[in-house]
Design a protein around this ligand. Structure first.
Ligand SMILES: C[S@@+](CC[C@H](N)C(=O)[O-])C[C@H]1O[C@@H](n2cnc3c(N)ncnc32)[C@H](O)[C@@H]1O
Ligand code: SF4
Length: 385
């Protein structure tokens, strides 16, 4: 591994609160009342502890992501305070990408300009669909008009980097209705779309009572193919399974996929940090009460002990992330960001190339088109024994 100080470092900040729990969502989020100041103090305490434990003082934060839950429930003052406090604990790069996830409800949209003032320079709007009918099925509390208004408000506030989350494979959806969501985003000049296929996750309301008339696999594949054709014609490039952009890739997410490091603070947040002694995963208590209880008392906020990623698991995790990227990652990242060398896996790589799953590329680990569509087959080969 290269000197860990040179591995790009990001910061993920989890805000687990929502105005309403959506029936499809299994993120660590809930409709609970919260004390903004107490949570803010816990976040800062959490960061201070991670920086101390992992001796991150000499490193610099390249991107910050406020994810949720619904970070836009937090006041603009709180977001500004968090960013100021982060800057006092660890160096933030001058051109740091700072994203905030926002729901398109009017009250939150009204804060967009102030978020930008506070230092947010990328906004990710959870539109999901521009159809009121679909929004109702998804249990969303915003309307299509509010979604459109949120995009206009973000543009008016001066954001030049706006993402919209859209979900496809919805009940009763056909190609035309799926395309109309993409068309609306493209027509509004959006340059980044996270286009997710609806998944029915264990523990969600949709899992307990699945919605009727979900499209079957063949219909989903047709929707995806048409969407790909449409987005490509609109100048979008698919750079990851669900990520499409017109030249404005999300640097924060790219860092995850390129096996960079990230600190994860907040209830249920995950982190990955490299040190001379190895690569470590962190996970904080996901229950807010338990998480808050650690704050200010010098208690350990880790849900489990910090886990070291063993060498055979490193290659699996590296590929699991890297091969999600359409263009893969430079081969040198393997020896720079794990304890492995290219020689150690070359036999397997050659085999996957011979099977048409990986591209015969001297400089990059990347899939072929066929391999991209059969990622599971490739990843199975890297699963540690
Ligand atoms: C962390 S969530 C939150 C963003 C924000 N709270 C919101 O709902 O607008 C990020 C995105 O994941 C997507 N998502 C969540 N659960 C999903 C599921 N079961 N299937 C597909 N996409 C999902 C949604 O598009 C959502 O906007
Ligand atoms: S989708 Fe967003 S708003 Fe809905 S429950 Fe999940 S995090 Fe909260």
């Amino acid at each position: 591994m290269q000197n860990p100080v040179q591995i790009p470092l990001s910061l993920y900040i989890h805000i687990p609160f929502c105005a309403q729990k959506c029936p499809y969502c299994d993120f660590n989020s809930a409709k609970i009342s919260f004390d903004e100041q107490a949570y803010l103090a816990a976040l800062i305490d959490d960061l201070r502890r991670d920086v101390e434990i992992f001796e991150l003082n000499g490193r610099q934060i390249k991107s910050i992501f406020f994810g949720g839950g619904t970070p836009s429930l937090f006041s603009t003052r709180a977001i500004a305070e968090i960013l100021q406090a982060v800057g006092k604990i660890i160096d933030i790069a001058e051109n740091c990408e700072i994203t905030l996830e926002a729901n398109p409800n009017s009250a939150e949209v009204a804060k967009f300009a102030a978020y930008r003032q506070a230092g947010i320079n990328r906004i990710s709007i959870g539109v999901q669909s521009f159809s009121d009918k679909n929004l109702k099925v998804l249990g969303r509390i915003h309307s299509s008009a509010e979604a459109k208004n949120a995009i206009l408000a973000a543009e008016k506030a001066g954001f030049s980097r706006i993402n919209t989350d859209l979900i496809f494979a919805l009940p009763n959806q056909n190609i035309e209705t799926a395309l109309s969501d993409l068309r609306a985003a493209a027509d509004y000049g959006i340059e980044h779309i996270s286009w997710y296929q609806l998944t029915i996750e264990e523990g969600t309301a949709f899992f307990r009572a699945p919605p009727a008339n979900l499209p079957d696999e063949e219909e989903i594949a047709d929707i995806f193919d048409s969407g790909r054709e449409f987005l490509t014609a609109q100048g979008f490039e698919q750079y990851e399974i669900s990520a499409w952009t017109r030249n404005k890739k999300c640097r924060h997410n790219q860092n995850y996929w390129q096996f960079g490091d990230y600190i994860g603070i907040g209830a249920g947040a995950h982190g990955k940090i490299s040190q001379a002694g190895g690569i470590f995963r962190t996970e904080k208590f996901s229950a807010v009460k338990k998480y808050l209880a650690c704050s200010g008392k010098n208690l350990n906020p880790y849900a489990a002990a910090v886990k070291k990623i063993e060498k055979d698991a490193q290659v699996f995790e590296f590929m699991l992330n890297a091969l999600r990227l359409k263009n893969g990652v430079p081969r040198r990242f393997l020896s720079e960001r794990t304890n492995l060398t290219a020689e150690e896996i070359d036999g397997l790589i050659q085999d996957l190339i011979a099977r048409g799953l990986l591209a015969n590329d001297r400089d990059f680990y990347r899939t072929t088109e066929f391999g991209f569509n059969h990622l599971n087959i490739i990843l199975e080969e890297f699963i540690p024994n």
